[in-house]
Ligand binder design. Structure first.
Ligand SMILES: O=C(O)CCC(=O)C(=O)O
Ligand SMILES: [Fe+2]
Length: 272
């Protein structure tokens, strides 16, 4: 198979849920929520911890899923009808070359929020300081749950997700339904170097004005002549949260050079 080429489109947006590739009414992949495996053998929530990569922007949760739970999920996800995204995106959308499955599944989003300890972890005072800026802390911002729009990505050798920003979406959630907005992208990596994955880093470009660089950082940046890149290596079972919407950093899923990178994607949601 020819290797997909990266095109000139550099600052696309991800396809909007319900409008994107793999989400048309004719696509059987979105019809029925699947029978997701149980979350067996998770670490107790008190052993989970947020690690900050960039204050109020990028945090990770190592060992969010255990290795054996990742393997159970990979086996299960492999049986789903994933569709390969065409390499020609709609205007303004990022070039994304991967295999994908998308489903609206409020019940699974709720389980992923409650049964994994994620809610508990994000509500901890220490985590709140890592996630929310002073203005948000003053306003007592609190995560409400996860976006029911669950996306599964599989990247094999040569596949990637080109540079883009993730939009925030306003969703009617809860009962009775009320407006909520997405604020953090959730990426849960099911594979990593332990599975032979080479490449596939999620890379963030810190050149935007809403993350002011310190004087030293600016000096280093000028000296290096390179944009300031933060690369997160996918790690089996690790979750990553990054701020999206107006404050989203330009980012990409770099090309996978070997192995198979699997991701479960959702978003953290706030009440409006
Ligand atoms: O696969 C990755 O590392 C990035 C995925 C991503 O940017 C997205 O889902 O919007
Ligand atoms: Fe993204």
């Amino acid at each position: 198979m020819p290797k997909p080429t990266k095109t000139a489109l550099k600052k696309g947006k991800e396809a909007a849920p319900g409008k994107g590739i793999g989400s048309s009414a004719s696509n059987p992949a979105i019809a029925e929520p699947p029978q997701w495996p149980a979350f067996k053998g998770l670490l107790p929530p008190e052993l989970l911890q947020l690690e900050t990569t960039l204050d109020h922007q990028i945090v990770t949760i190592p060992r969010f899923f255990t290795s054996s739970l990742c393997n159970t999920y990979i086996q299960f996800l492999s049986s789903l009808p994933l569709t390969t995204t065409p390499s020609k995106p709609k205007r303004g959308e990022a070039v994304r070359v991967n295999d994908r499955f998308q489903v609206q599944d409020p019940a699974f989003a709720k389980r992923l929020w409650l049964e994994t300890g994620l809610k508990e972890l994000l509500e901890r005072e220490e985590s709140r300081q890592q996630l929310w800026n002073q203005e948000e802390l003053d306003a007592s911002v609190k995560a409400w749950g996860l976006n029911p729009n669950i996306r599964i990505y599989r990247y094999t050798k040569g596949q990637f997700f080109d540079k883009h920003y993730d939009d925030s979406n306003t969703l009617m959630l809860g009962s009775p339904p009320s407006p909520h907005r997405t604020i953090y992208t959730l990426l849960l990596y099911l594979t990593g170097p332990a599975d032979g994955v080479v490449g596939g880093e999620t890379a963030f470009y810190r050149t935007e004005p809403y993350i002011p660089l310190s004087k030293k950082e600016l000096k280093d940046l000028a000296a290096s002549g390179e944009p300031h890149v933060i690369e997160v290596q996918p790690e089996k079972g690790m979750a990553l949260l990054h701020r999206h919407g107006d404050e989203c950093l330009l980012h990409e899923g770099k090309e996978v050079m070997a192995g198979v990178k699997w991701i479960i994607r959702s978003d953290v949601v706030l009440e409006c």
